[in-house]
Design a protein around this ligand. Structure first.
Ligand code: NOJ
Length: 550
């Protein structure tokens, strides 16, 4: 059992070395049995997360929303959607987390609102040129009768990034920009009212005691002057720069927000979701007057391969160290194929962001994927800095492939007419108890996405206390990481190992990861963790050990 800790004991820059567990509210635990997870469900299961040994939780959005993009389409930033509970439930969750020693980060979605936000209703009701329309990106269409979109921008979810409205008198009208679903109109961040809206949103949640924010699409708020056409690239590399990504103007927003956070004390933080490469560019978001962290998507998109891992770890330490910040590390989240499945397919750069389904050319090899995933997690959790975990990875959950088309909910699936499966496969409700309805997700057996039978085998109840289970592996790694202060440590590469080996020390711990097939000799010291059993005293393929030298 990890040593109990309280948030009062943690340093004011707690995030720099923290392990932060992402809760996806729709799929974590369902208190009212309607099939969609909710805040009372989260509260009831929070002791299990504290027991895992993490320092903080981050929650994906639970705000008022028509759920066209699973809550990333916000209709009211300062209230809780009834499917998730009430504002009092959210306040109780913040208190409960703090009592359990967990910091709590909430999501803020500043690039776009829902089309059900009051401001968007007002924008539609008033005419072109109104101050209400100026809060969003409305433009006249091209062509003789404005029948063509203002430019060629494509939505991240597929299809055009512009939708034409009907004006109040029924005539075809202006077009509005939506980098994501048509139900997610982009704000115009040149408008001071938008700045003020979000200052108030931050204050609203800071007043309720949250410790920080994860900032959605942090690199998308400012669009290039004149909205020039984008260069269309098939399968763009991650961090592709275009006229709507990573414009220099975004940084002023976070400099403004930083001042608000600091007015609440030194222990409030922000983490950027900014798919910007190279990492030296991403690091601009964590300069000391902006964000405190950015998700290291370069690391997420790296294969379990020694040379690639060493290169990305060096690049990360250099890029973030260059702006005086520890790096973050992450392998899974609610937008990418779970790493237990990703590592079971031939490597695809970018981490299969578009999902895997029944007709995908590659089917993950579950055993290989899980073995490599456990080895990869053991590398990540030994690195200095901060690590993000995604709910269910501690159970070794795979991506769910066989979701029937009729059950799929990701707008990506609909907007590409099924060509891209999207992200439902990593969002299936969690299994807590093998013997209970919906594997303990609730008591009614309802689930918004179907759970596969393998979730029963991998349920928490089947793993807790079972030596060698993925859950016990994570608990051991987290306990040792905390006990050995690895988050605050320094990485020293160990030379002289074969090309397929990652070898480094951090304090008393030596980490040896065999990313290849042929076995490797162990270094001297006590093996305190191994992700797969040793074979004849050697480290077999796709296995990581932590060895301690006192
Ligand atoms: C990134 C979020 O993580 C993703 O789930 C969402 O669909 C988009 N931003 C749009 O808000």
């Amino acid at each position: 059992m990890p040593a109990p800790h309280t948030i009062a004991d943690s340093p004011s820059d707690w995030w720099n070395h923290a392990v932060i567990y992402q809760i996806y509210p729709r799929s974590f635990a369902d208190g009212d049995g309607d099939g969609v997870g909710d805040i009372p469900g989260i509260i009831s299961r929070l002791p299990e997360i504290a027991d895992l040994g993490v320092d903080a939780i981050w929650l994906s959005p639970f705000y008022t929303s028509p759920q066209k993009d699973a809550g990333y389409d916000v209709a009211d930033y300062c209230d809780v959607d009834p499917i998730f509970g009430t504002l009092s439930d959210a306040e109780l969750l913040i208190d409960t987390a703090h009592q359990l020693g967990l910091r709590i980060i909430v999501d803020v979605v500043p690039n776009h609102s829902s089309d059900q936000h009051l401001w968007f209703h007002q924008a539609l009701a008033t005419g072109p040129g109104s101050p209400e329309r100026a809060r969003y990106m409305f433009r006249e269409g091209k062509g003789a009768a404005g029948e063509l979109p203002p430019n060629n921008w494509e939505s991240v979810f597929g299809g055009p990034a512009w939708t034409r409205i009907s004006e109040a008198d029924g005539s075809p009208g202006q077009w509005y920009l939506h980098l994501f679903d048509a139900s997610q109109p982009d704000f115009d961040w040149k408008n001071p009212e938008v700045w003020e809206l979000f200052r108030n949103v931050l204050r609203f949640w800071l007043d309720r005691g949250v410790d920080g924010f994860r900032v959605d699409v942090a690199h998308g708020l400012i669009k290039e002057e004149g909205l020039p056409d984008q260069e269309i690239v098939v399968n763009p590399p991650i961090g592709n720069r275009g006229p709507f990504w990573d414009q220099d103007g975004v940084h002023a927003v976070y400099q403004d927000w930083r001042k608000i956070l600091e007015s609440y004390g030194p222990d409030r933080m922000m983490c950027a979701e900014a798919w910007v490469m190279p990492l030296s560019k991403m690091a601009h978001y964590v300069r000391n007057d902006e964000m405190h962290q950015a998700f290291n998507f370069g690391y997420l998109a790296t294969d379990f391969d020694a040379q690639s891992l060493k290169a990305i770890i060096n690049e990360s330490l250099e890029a973030f160290g260059g702006v005086g910040s520890p790096s973050t590390w992450v392998l899974s989240n609610h937008d990418v194929v779970r790493h237990a499945s990703r590592f079971g397919t031939a490597f695809m750069a970018g981490g299969h962001p578009t999902g895997i389904g029944p007709l995908s050319p590659q089917k993950p090899d579950a055993a290989v994927g899980l073995r490599k995933a456990r080895a990869a997690s053991a590398v990540m959790l030994a690195l200095p800095g901060s690590a993000y975990l995604y709910q269910g990875e501690e159970l070794g959950l795979p991506e769910v492939i066989d979701i029937p088309d009729d059950d799929r909910q990701d707008p990506t699936f609909f907007r590409t007419h099924g060509e891209r499966y999207g992200r439902d496969g990593c969002r299936v409700p969690l299994p807590w108890d093998a013997a209970a309805p919906a594997y303990g997700f609730n008591t009614t057996g309802e689930t918004w996405l179907p759970q596969p039978t393998v979730f029963g085998e991998l349920a928490r109840s089947n793993q807790i206390g079972r030596e060698g289970s993925t859950l016990e592996l994570y608990r051991s790694l987290l306990e040792l990481r905390a006990g050995e202060n690895l988050g605050e440590g320094t990485l020293h590469w160990q030379e002289g190992w074969a090309d397929h080996v990652v070898a480094f020390t951090n304090g008393r711990i030596t980490v040896i990861a065999n990313t290849g097939e042929s076995p490797v000799e162990l270094p001297p010291g006590d093996v305190v963790v191994t992700t797969s059993p040793l074979e004849a005293g050697q480290l077999p393929g796709h296995t990581t050990v932590w060895v301690r030298n006192d």
